[in-house]
Write a protein that binds this ligand. Structure first.
Ligand code: ZLS
Ligand code: ZN
Length: 331
């Protein structure tokens, strides 16, 4: 890709495609391919910059996770036996390498945006928002979102970072790890916990200690559609504009679309494209333009392919608009 105006990076490849579970598990390894096929079908694969994922270092993993838990994943990775949680997240041979590449891939995306080689970046298998410091949870082994926050702070001295999550499941692993951190802006639209895992993310959960009142959890009723999405989204925009983050992370799980086999929201892929497009506008208005998208959940393959290509499309369009504004200004 030689076009210098193309500044959207896609982090993809076998290293992250290997992250997934066999035997009819919803989070299979075919999800990466389903997305890549759709990207190709829409002629978008030639319009993005490409990078493969590097593995996260042990030090990077330990910014978020306990050393004893990182050791446990490494041990189970050799035998591939047993579960890493109470039944959702089975170990498999090579799980340590696959999961650390997902984290390293998200860091690759973040680093490209910070270095200015890309203005936006997307990683399909990132967004593993349930993993806790001491354990796996809900298909998530290592929490790439949480490590990315620490990375931006340690390597780039950023303070105020926004984490926005439109996956149907509440991003509990991120929320509770940063619950008392007023500088981690957290906005999460999700299906409420009456039928859905993990059952957290009530509107009253606004943060703890010095961060009390600073986080935005918006639970939606099962069956909520795009109208409800847009009402909630307006609150997310208001929250971000007031909070003035220096970087925006978007977990854009496609399991909030109608037809997902394990959730009950009924958004269309237009919601995901809208979220991505508006975050680009907000990041541009804030003067830095930094947005990274992470795929997250999504278990209906057609849905995830459409939602995530829509997100990449919105990133590409925002680039084109940026170019045209510059061209107009130069006239
Ligand atoms: O946000 O609902 C649960 C927890 C259980 C029910 C399932 N059993 C196995 C464990 C206990 C209460 N877990 C959810 C986790 C959803 C994680 C979403 C991740 C994300 O999208 C981000 C990537 C859940 N829902 C559906 C299943 N688990 C599930 C369905 C079918 C299976 C097969 C494989 C494994 C066991 C049988 C499994 C899990
Ligand atoms: Zn989910």
């Amino acid at each position: 890709m030689n076009d210098p105006t193309c500044r959207v990076l896609l982090v993809s490849g076998d290293e992250i495609a290997r992250y997934g579970f066999g035997d009819g598990h919803p989070f299979g390894t075919d999800r990466h391919e389903a997305f890549m096929r759709e990207l190709h079908k829409r002629g978008m694969d030639g319009r993005v910059l490409r990078a493969s994922a590097r593995p996260a270092t042990r030090e990077e993993l330990e910014w978020f996770h306990l050393a004893a838990y990182v050791d446990l994943v490494r041990e189970r990775s050799v035998t591939g036996h047993g579960y890493l949680d109470a039944g959702d997240t089975p170990a498999f041979r090579g799980v340590y390498e696959a999961a650390s590449h997902v984290v390293g891939g998200t860091l690759t995306a973040v680093e490209a945006v910070m270095a200015g080689t890309a203005r936006r970046a997307f990683i399909p298998i990132g967004g593993l928002h349930h993993a806790a410091p001491e354990r796996a949870a809900g298909f998530c082994v290592f929490n790439d979102c949480g490590v990315a926050v620490h990375y931006l702070r340690r390597k780039h001295q950023l303070k105020r970072i926004a984490y926005v999550d439109i996956d149907a499941h509440h991003g509990d692993g991120v929320f509770y790890a940063f619950e008392d951190d007023p500088d981690l802006l957290f906005a999460d639209l999700h299906e409420d916990g009456r039928y859905l895992y993990p059952g957290t993310g009530r509107a009253e959960e606004t943060g703890a200690g010095p961060a009390r009142g600073t986080k935005l959890n918006i639970p939606l009723a099962p069956g909520a559609e795009d109208d409800e999405f847009h009402l909630a989204w307006a609150r997310v925009e208001e929250y971000l504009l007031a909070g003035k983050p220096e970087f925006i992370l978007l977990q854009c799980g496609a399991d909030s679309l109608a037809g997902d086999p394990i959730t009950h929201l009924r958004f269309t892929e237009a919601a995901h494209a809208h979220a991505a497009a508006r975050l680009c506008v907000i990041a541009d208005e804030l003067g830095h333009g930094r947005v990274v998208g992470m795929g997250g959940g999504g278990y209906n393959r057609q849905n995830l392919a459409r939602a995530w290509t829509g997100v990449v499309g919105a990133f590409l369009d925002s680039q084109a608009q940026q170019g045209s504004v510059g061209e107009i200004a130069a006239r």
